[in-house]
Design a protein around this ligand. Structure first.
Ligand code: GAF
Length: 389
C-alpha cells in the first residue's frame, strides 16, 4: 500500500529553506505555503458559471524566497528538473515554459495587478502529487504568490486573497496557457480547516461548508495515470460547452435547462451540456447530504456524477472506473473521479473503519488488471495558503 504522507509544515518549510540555500545559494526571507485540493463534486462546472465543492488537502507546496536588488529571477524546484533564470520585467506570456511558466507567470500577473514585485530567488518543494488531478499547479502558483506578499510585507486579508486568486488564474490561463476555470486557485487561497468551500462562479461568491465527517474519511486514490490540462482534452470540453451555450442563446450553461439541452441536435454537444447541467444540480444536494450525514444519498450523488463524467463528458479512464467501482464494492459510501479527468484521482467517502479494506481492495484490483500500483492519501480538510516558518 502506498499512502502519501502530507509531511509536517515546519519540516517542509525548513526543507524549502535548505533547498534555496543549497541550490541557489540564498537565505530565505519568507516561505509561502499553499495546499493541493480535492473536489467533492461539481466537475468542469467552474468555467460554466456553476457550483463546485472542493476541500484543501493537508498536502501542500512550499515556496522559499529571497528578494534580489538586480531584477533577476531565479526559480528552482525539488520536483522539476529545469531551473529558470530570467528578469522580473520579462516574465509574461511566451517567456517561460513548463513549471516555470506557472511560477514566473504569477510574478508577471502580480506586477500586472500593481504589486511592486522585486527580482528574487525562489525554491519550490512539497508533497502535492504531480499530474494527479490534485491541483499541483495552483499550489505552486499560490505558494509563490504568498511568498511575494511576504517579501513585500503586505497584510494578507480577504481582499488581497481575492486579488491573488485573480493573478494566479491569469498566470495559469495566459502564461501557462491551461484554459482552466478558477476553482483550484480559489480553494487554495480561501480554504479553512475542517470545511469545504461552496463556490458560485456566476455570483462570484464563496462560503465555507462545515464538514462534520465524524466516523467518515475522505480517501483520495491517485491512479498514476498522469493527466495534463494543456493536452487538449480539457480545452476541447470547454469549447464544446461554449458551443452548447451559444446554440442555446445563454451566456453560460448555468442558465440552461435540462429540457433545452435535450433538444440540442449534435449528440456530443448535447451530452457535454447534459453533464454540466446535471452536475451543477448535484452540488447543493451534496452539501445537504454531508450536513445530514446521509451517506446513502451522498453515495447516489457520487455515483450519478461519475456516470455522467464517464458517459456524457467522456473524461474518465478504465483505471478511474475500476477504482470507483472497487471502492464502493469494498465499503465506501460513495466514490467518483475528481478533477479535470483523463487520468488522475478518485475521491471516496469511506467509513473510517473500512479505509484499510477499501485501499487493499483497490490495490488488489489494480494488480489483477495489470495496472501500475495506485497511491492513496487521506484528505483531511485543511487550511488555505499562508506564510509559514
Ligand atoms: C481542473 C481545472 F483547473 C479546474 O478549473 C476545473 O475545471 C477542474 O479541472 C474540473 O472540475 O482542475
Amino acid at each position: 500500500m502506498v499512502l502519501l504522507d502530507a509531511g509536517s509544515t515546519a519540516e517542509l518549510a525548513a526543507r524549502a529553506r535548505a533547498g534555496l540555500g543549497d541550490v541557489l545559494g540564498s537565505d530565505a526571507a519568507v516561505v509561502g505555503r499553499a495546499p493541493g485540493r480535492v473536489n467533492l463534486i461539481g466537475e468542469h462546472t467552474d468555467y460554466n458559471g456553476g457550483l463546485v465543492l472542493p476541500v484543501a488537502l493537508p498536502h501542500a507546496t512550499y515556496a522559499a524566497a529571497a528578494a534580489r536588488s538586480d531584477g533577476t529571477v531565479r526559480l528552482a524546484s525539488a520536483q522539476e528538473p529545469d531551473p529558470f533564470t530570467g528578469h522580473v520585467d520579462r516574465l509574461g506570456p511566451g517567456r517561460a515554459t513548463g513549471w516555470a511558466a506557472y511560477a514566473g507567470g504569477v510574478l508577471w500577473a502580480l506586477r500586472e495587478a500593481g504589486l511592486d514585485v522585486p527580482g528574487l530567488d525562489l525554491y519550490v518543494d512539497g508533497t502535492v502529487p504531480l499530474g494527479a488531478g490534485l491541483s499541483s499547479s495552483a499550489a505552486i502558483e499560490c505558494a509563490v504568490a504568498m511568498a511575494v506578499v511576504g517579501l513585500l510585507g503586505l497584510d494578507v486579508d480577504d481582499a488581497l486573497r481575492a486579488r491573488l486568486v485573480d493573478a494566479c488564474i491569469r498566470a495559469e490561463t495566459e502564461v501557462a496557457q491551461a484554459p482552466t476555470g478558477g476553482m483550484d486557485q480559489s480553494i487554495a487561497l480561501h480554504a479553512r480547516a475542517g470545511t469545504a468551500l461552496l463556490i458560485d462562479f456566476t455570483a462570484g461568491t464563496h462560503e465555507t461548508v462545515d464538514l462534520a465527517l465524524d466516523d467518515r474519511t475522505i480517501l483520495v486514490t491517485d491512479t498514476r495515470v498522469s493527466h495534463r490540462l494543456t493536452d487538449g482534452g480539457y480545452g476541447s470540453r470547454r469549447a464544446e460547452c461554449e458551443r452548447a451555450a451559444a446554440e442555446l442563446g445563454v451566456t453560460t450553461l448555468r442558465e440552461a435547462t435540462l429540457e433545452a439541452v435535450e433538444a440540442l441536435t449534435d449528440d456530443v454537444v448535447r451530452r457535454r451540456a447534459r453533464h454540466i447541467v446535471t452536475e451543477i444540480a448535484r452540488v447543493r444536494p451534496t452539501v445537504a447530504a454531508l450536513g445530514a450525514a446521509d451517506w446513502s444519498a451522498l453515495g447516489d450523488l457520487f455515483a450519478a456524477s461519475h456516470a455522467s463524467m464517464r458517459d456524457d463528458f467522456e473524461i474518465s479512464t478504465p483505471e478511474l472506473d475500476l477504482a470507483v467501482a472497487t471502492a464502493v464494492e469494498a465499503g465506501a459510501d460513495g466514490a467518483r473521479m475528481t478533477g479535470g479527468g483523463f487520468g488522475g484521482s478518485i475521491v471516496a467517502v469511506v467509513p473510517t473503519a473500512a479505509v484499510r479494506t477499501v485501499v487493499g481492495a483497490i490495490d488488489a484490483a489494480f494488480a489483477r488488471a495489470g495496472h501500475a500500483a495506485p497511491a492513496h492519501l487521506l484528505a483531511e480538510p485543511s487550511a488555505g495558503a499562508a506564510l509559514v516558518g
